[in-house]
Design a protein. Structure first.
Length: 105
């Protein structure tokens, strides 16, 4: 059951990565140069209130975490962040193949 949850989250993350990659590709074609939109900019466009509330919550409890990790993560391209997240979640939820369980194999 837990593996299913990780694979489901990996699928959702991959879908978000593809959506952000298509948006970046469309902008790149329109501008005739490579455009990689940072995750923070995409999030701010979609829902600035949630980004501000997350920032206030994280800075209130762990200010160093916001300054080091969150700022770096939000400045990275969103498609790449979600693609790496999808890969990690899939690796956690991957079911290893069994070999040699039966004598006939």
């Amino acid at each position: 059951m837990i593996r299913f949850v990780f694979r489901l989250l990996a699928t959702i993350s991959l879908a978000l990565a593809v959506i952000l990659a298509v948006l970046d590709a469309t902008r790149s074609v329109a501008m005739s140069r490579l455009v990689l939109t940072p995750l923070g900019e995409s999030w701010k466009t979609l829902s600035p209130a949630t980004l501000d509330s997350l920032r206030a919550m994280v800075e209130g409890r762990w200010p160093l975490l916001w300054d080091i990790v969150a700022v770096w993560l939000l400045s990275a391209p969103g498609a790449i962040v979600f693609a790496v997240l999808a890969l990690l979640l899939y690796a956690i939820g991957h079911r290893p193949e069994r070999h040699g369980d039966f004598a006939a194999e």
